[in-house]
Ligand binder design. Structure first.
Ligand SMILES: Nc1ncnc2c1ncn2[C@@H]1O[C@H](COP(=O)(O)OP(=O)(O)OP(=O)(O)O)[C@@H](O)[C@H]1O
Length: 377
């Protein structure tokens, strides 16, 4: 059984609709209930800032600061993490401009980047804005895929941003008509190395996820079948050096075409994640709304289980409005599955009675207009 990571204290200042808020938690699950617009999702978003990136809303950081405050916000958390007890602080400071990046302190020491947060905890989420994942844009699915990979392989984020940077340099050279072969080859060699290792990490993560899906038919939340399309399709079993050579050659041969298109037409940045309902054998995009939600829940649960197996620590789960469209039986099953992961999950809803099946496996808080109090009203 994986060990637990859990948050024991959370303190927000000038974050969204919270001027100041403080929660003291035990290691059980956390249920936040309150009216629409009270600040439940905002609290979950604050927790998502304890992982690399811009949180689950992918927010512009200056929008996160409370309207009316003087420009900065802070989030402090004490947690029992993967390297023991740790205090994490993050936020932006007053006066930070539009292109601000958020600062992170770990046990009061400034972190080099937000990626250091991955050493201490994994935070996974499911929010209503992900409901359209299967029918929406391939870039959303790619981002989703990369977050899945990131929780198992923290170096994936750095590889992806280095690849992007190299690709932008290549695009610029090509668009300016500067076909300097040695310069281009240098950049393309870097793209090939990074691109193939990105593809390999994605491929490996999907393989591991699929190997976990054996029990899927027994729950209302089946793990979907997942495949990648658009780059090195079906060819990832060959040695990495061969794949890199192939991609390098494709880039070299594609210079004229890419110059005309104004972008690089082949690479890991063009991959799409194809999702199918395994048992019904149809694409997720053609499943009903309820079936799509069940597949998404199945996918997040399988990923949480995989993260727990691979790291030895159950991730923190943020499940926003998870209970809203499930009947009583499915809700109870979901809570048992979430609890069975062995981690701490945060769940929101408008009605506390929807979480009754959790019993004393959870602690309850009421959220009202930017304040949060223990217990229920
Ligand atoms: N930077 C900000 N400053 C002040 N208020 C903000 C800021 N950003 C968002 N808000 C407000 O925070 C409020 C609470 O939003 P939140 O999404 O947390 O609600 P919720 O409790 O999850 O509601 P629902 O049940 O409708 O999803 C909203 O009214 C929103 O306008």
């Amino acid at each position: 059984m994986a060990q637990k990571t859990s948050i024991s204290r959370l303190k927000l200042t000038d974050f969204r609709n919270y001027a100041a808020a403080s929660l003291v938690l035990d290691s059980r699950h956390v249920v936040l209930t309150g009216e629409n617009g009270a600040g439940k999702t905002n609290l979950m978003e604050a927790i998502s800032f304890l992982s690399p990136g811009r949180g689950f809303r992918r927010a512009v950081l200056t929008d996160v600061t409370r309207v009316g405050a003087d420009g900065g916000f802070t989030i402090f958390a004490d947690l029992d993490g993967m390297e023991g007890e740790v205090a994490i602080g993050t936020g932006i400071e007053p006066g930070d401009g539009e292109s601000v990046s958020r600062k992170v302190r770990i046990n009061s020491t400034p972190a080099k980047s937000t990626e250091e947060l991955s050493d201490h905890l994994n935070v996974l989420w499911l929010t209503p804005s992900m409901d359209g994942l299967f029918t929406g844009s391939s870039s959303d699915r790619r981002r989703f895929l990369d977050r899945l990979v990131l929780s198992l392989d923290p170096a994936h984020g750095r590889r992806a941003s280095d690849f992007e940077r190299a690709m932008r340099s290549r695009n610029r050279l090509l668009s300016e008509g500067r076909f300097d072969p040695s310069w281009l080859t240098g950049i393309e060699t870097q793209m090939a190395e990074l691109g193939i290792s990105m593809a390999a990490a994605r491929h490996e993560m999907l393989g591991l996820l699929q190997s976990l899906s054996v029990n899927s038919a027994e729950t209302p939340f089946p793990t979907p079948a997942l495949t990648l399309e658009g780059f090195m399709d079906g060819g990832m079993d060959r040695p990495a050096a061969d794949l890199e050579d192939d991609y390098l050659e494709a880039l070299r041969n594609g210079r004229g075409r890419d110059a005309a298109a104004g972008r690089t037409l082949e690479g890991p940045h063009r991959v799409d994640l194809l999702v199918r309902h395994h048992e019904k054998n149809i694409e997720a995009a053609r499943c009903s709304t309820g079936e799509q939600k069940a597949l998404l829940i199945g996918l997040i649960l399988a990923h949480a289980r995989l993260t727990a197996d691979m790291t030895g620590f159950a991730p923190i789960l943020l499940l926003d409005e998870i209970a809203a469209h499930l009947d009583e039986g499915r809700r109870a099953t979901l809570f048992d599955l979430v609890d069975g992961l062995g981690g701490q999950a945060f769940m929101t809803g408008t009605d506390q009675s929807m979480f009754a099946a959790l019993g004393d496996r959870a602690q309850f808080f009421t959220v009202t207009h930017g304040s949060v109090t223990p217990g229920t009203v």
